[in-house]
Design a protein around this ligand. Sequence first.
Ligand code: NAD
Length: 501
Amino acid sequence: MPGRLYHQDPRQRPGRRSLPTPQPSGTDTVMHKIHQIYIDGHFVTPHGTEVAPLYNPSTEQVIGEVRLADETDANAAVAAAKRAFASYSRTTKLERIAILKRLTAAFTDRLDDIKTAMTEEYGAVRGIVEGLIPLAPAMFDEAAKLLESYEFEQTRGTTTVSMDPLGVAVAITPWNLSAVFVAQKVANALAAGCTVVVKPSELSALQTQILTEAFDAADLPPGVVNVITGRGATVGDTLTSHPDVAKVDFTGSTGVGQQIMRNAADTFKRLTLELGGKSPTILLDDADIPSAVGAALTSGFLNNGQTCFAGTRILAPESKLDEVLTAIESAMPAFKAGDPTDAATGVGPVVSQTQFDRVQSYIRLGQEEGAHILTGGEGRPEGLDKGWFVKPTVFTGVTNQMRIAREEIFGPVLVVIAYKDEQEAVAIANDTPYGLQAHVFSQDPERARRTAEQLEAGTVLINRIFGDPEAPFGGMKQSGIGRHHHTYGLESYLEPRAITA
Ligand code: NAD
């Protein structure tokens, strides 16, 4: 019997699609079977035949499987989006606003299911799912509000400038906070009049299934949004080099971002790239140390240490180093690793065995490089003998030249780097290939702003760790190209055409 992932859909339209049903596996674990992708307004069986297992990282158990799309499916999805673009690009602002409002409602309707999937699929803890997931429907709502005032036809001197949709867009997303990234990209694209092929991570099939059901429930014109889960090396590669794709909007690692730029070069695709980070948190010597350290650790361990903008380098004044280290040790009980469904848990597991091994290798590397472990270390946290749980780890005695201070670890591993004065703090903060986010803590607003203005990062936050949803979001240097949110995001899907008579 067809059914939604986790819940039955009271608005099922028989005959239009067939949705997967969780199957009992013979144990207590529900086996999710995701065997369809979404092209041209229909759930269809992929041409691709590879079936990949899905794991719960808290138990290491297989909880389901996903059948992956291949190059043929990628071509079919682009063809559907191209057909849809012919009419969707000519929709009025009012029609697009109506669609965005339907998407806000459809995503809001599935918030609880998205939260459940995040915890089951990658071990997201309560704080993350409750705090960040409402941002997903908000992306559509904000895009609808922006359209109300945005002028697609503008006048410059004697010239009429029409802001035209670019064409077929490809949205490629990582597994963490999948709903927010998918919503952010699709909201911008649809507001601009572009059609989209979404290629989510093969590690986020449960989240993707719910998002796809939400797209379907929003009654979009066929082909306007297509969703195909497949591997990066096959589906991702086909999409990012496809001649009929005008724009690639990618969130993921810097290495894959470089590959996408190379693929896009042949046909000059427009690019938005949101990549990795190694964000600094500067504690100035007048900061309120206990509260600043609490915020710094919250940022660093966010999403089990798997957040692009996490403050993973804590820069502490030499004069207050002992106080900072003591404050870190006192704050650590709030970042206890364990079952992500337990409200008392601060840090859940990392996403996969591969990522667990990678993070462990960095903890070994830090010691080999001569850094000291203040808290945490190798192996699983006490009392946890299975699950990809890492001990929340903080290194001291770190220099900014060590690899643990330069490379994105993407796990709950932070470094404390001591600095002599404000100038040196800024120099260390900027001495990184990345430039996504930076944080400054101080009780002196002028001093904090003066420091913030010298930092090479797309977002600089003073005495806070979460950005303003009204502000542009994106990275400098190797953290990316382009910005999301509001007109910055919308215009990244538009091309100005100047007509001068
Ligand atoms: P990843 O780069 O491995 O994968 C991201 C997506 O790219 C996946 O859908 C993957 O299948 C696809 N992909 C892989 N190879 C590809 C190729 N050759 N062509 C096209 N697509 C390809 O990243 P991940 O492990 O899923 O996520 C973690 C990374 O994402 C971290 O580096 C993190 O910093 C970054 N990230 C950045 C932001 C941001 O906003 N800047 C947000 C979240 C995550």
